[in-house]
Design a binder for this molecule. Structure first.
Ligand SMILES: Nc1nc2c([nH]c(=O)n2[C@@H]2O[C@H](COP(=O)(O)OP(=O)(O)OP(=O)(O)O)[C@@H](O)[C@H]2O)c(=O)[nH]1
Length: 331
C-alpha cells in the first residue's frame, strides 16, 4: 500500500490513536532507537534504522486494510503558535490470533513520556474499541519478567496474570522469560475494581539531608531525561545489589557532588515508603553535617540550600512530603 487506509481516529481524554503516517517514521525511529525502549520489544532489532521504521509504518497499513492487526500511533497535542501540534509519543497495537476471536495487545511509549499513564490510557481505549467493534472474546499480552512497568500497565487495563513462558526477543538476541496476561470480554468491559492489585518491585534508594551550619538543607534538581525530571530531591540514588545503603550514599555523594563522606557521619533519620506507578520506593533518609571537599554539581544539576520552612516552595517528589514534615520538626 502506498497510502494509509481509512480508520477514524480514537480519542481518549489526553490522546489520539490514529493510523501511522509516512512522516511519523522519523519521530518513531528516534523514540524506538533507544535501548531502554527497544529492549522491551520482541520484534525490534537494535540499533533500529530509519529505513526499518519507514518500512514498518507501511506494513501497518496493509494489516489494517486486511483487518489482521491495528498498530496505531499514540499522539498527544501540544499548543503551537498556529494552533495545536501533534506529537508522537508511542504506539499501541492489537493483532488478531489465527482464530480471529482473540487478539494480542502490545505497546511502547517513548522514554521521555514515561510515568504519565500514556500506555494504560491508550491500551484501554484500543481494547474497548476492539471488543465493541470486532466482538473479540478476549485479549492477551506478555511482558518481560524484568519489565514491571509493563506488567503494571496490563493489570491496570484489566488483564490478569496467566503464567509464564519463554518468548524470542530479537532486541535481546534470543528467548527471554515473560509473564503472560489475559482477560475475557466480560471482565474487560466491566467497570474497573476500586483498587486493582498491582504487583510492584521494591526499589531501595538511599538519600541524605546535608545540613549546613545555618540549618539549611541541600536539595538537588533532577536532571532532564530522568523520571520526575525538574523536581527537587535529597541527594542520593539506588542501592546496588550487595551494597549497603551507607556505601551507596558515599558513592553517590562522590559521583553527584564530589564530596567525601564517612559512614560515621551519616546519622539514620527517617525513611520514605511510597507506592509509585511501577515500583514501591523504600528510601532511608540520613542526616549529615560533616563532609570533606567542596560541593560541586558534577552532573550539571541545579543545587539549592533551603530551610525546611521554605521547602514548600520547591516541587518535590510525592515520596518526600512526609520527610519535609519530619525535617521541619527536627531542625
Ligand atoms: N535521590 C532521591 N531519589 C528520590 C527522592 N524521592 C524520590 O521519590 N526518589 C526516587 O527514587 C529513585 C532514585 O533513583 P535515581 O534515578 O535518582 O537513582 P540513580 O541516581 O541511581 O539513577 P540512575 O538509575 O539514573 O543511575 C527515583 O525514582 C526517584 O524519583 C529523593 O528525595 N532523592
Amino acid at each position: 500500500m502506498t497510502s494509509p487506509p481509512d480508520f477514524p481516529p480514537l480519542r481518549t481524554e489526553r490522546l489520539i490513536l490514529r493510523v501511522l503516517r509516512a512522516e511519523d517514521a522519523t519521530a518513531l525511529h528516534r523514540l524506538v532507537n533507544d535501548w531502554e525502549v527497544a529492549k522491551n520489544l520482541a520484534r525490534v532489532r537494535y540499533p533500529y534504522e530509519l529505513a526499518r521504521a519507514e518500512e514498518w509504518v507501511r506494513s501497518t497499513w496493509a494489516q489494517i486494510a486486511a483487518g489482521d492487526a491495528w498498530h496505531l500511533a499514540i499522539v498527544g497535542e501540544e499548543d503551537g503558535s498556529e494552533g495545536p501540534v501533534e506529537r508522537l509519543v508511542g504506539c499501541v497495537a492489537l493483532t488478531l490470533d489465527s482464530d480471529r476471536k482473540q487478539a494480542e495487545l502490545g505497546y511502547w511509549v517513548g522514554r521521555k513520556f514515561w510515568g504519565h499513564g500514556v500506555a494504560t490510557e491508550a491500551a484501554a481505549a484500543l481494547c474497548r474499541w476492539a471488543l465493541e467493534t470486532l466482538g473479540l472474546t478476549g485479549i492477551h499480552a506478555s511482558a518481560l519478567k524484568d519489565n514491571a512497568r509493563s506488567a503494571a500497565v496490563l493489570q491496570r487495563v484489566g488483564l490478569q496474570p496467566a503464567g509464564e513462558a519463554m518468548q524470542t526477543f530479537i532486541s535481546r538476541g534470543g528467548p527471554m522469560p515473560v509473564r503472560l496476561f489475559r482477560a475475557g470480554r466480560e471482565a474487560l468491559l466491566a467497570p474497573p475494581p476500586e483498587t486493582p492489585r498491582v504487583e510492584k518491585p521494591i526499589l531501595l534508594v538511599a538519600a541524605v539531608a546535608l545540613v549546613d551550619a545555618d540549618g539549611r538543607v541541600l536539595l538537588a534538581r533532577r536532571p532532564e531525561g530522568k523520571p520526575l525530571a525538574g523536581l527537587w530531591e535529597f541527594p542520593g540514588g539506588k542501592v546496588k545489589p550487595g551494597e549497603s545503603p551507607e556505601a551507596a550514599l558515599i558513592r553517590e555523594l562522590k559521583e553527584e557532588l564530589d564530596i567525601d563522606v564517612s559512614e560515621s557521619c551519616l546519622a539514620p533519620f527517617t525513611f520514605a515508603s511510597h507506592g509509585y506507578e511501577a515500583f514501591h520506593l523504600m528510601m532511608p533518609l540520613y542526616l549529615c553535617r560533616k563532609w570533606g571537599g567542596t560541593i560541586r554539581p558534577v552532573e550539571g544539576q541545579a543545587l539549592a540550600w533551603v530551610r525546611p520552612q521554605q521547602m514548600g516552595g520547591y516541587a518535590m517528589p510525592p515520596a518526600d512530603k512526609p520527610l519535609v514534615a519530619m525535617l521541619l520538626d527536627f531542625l
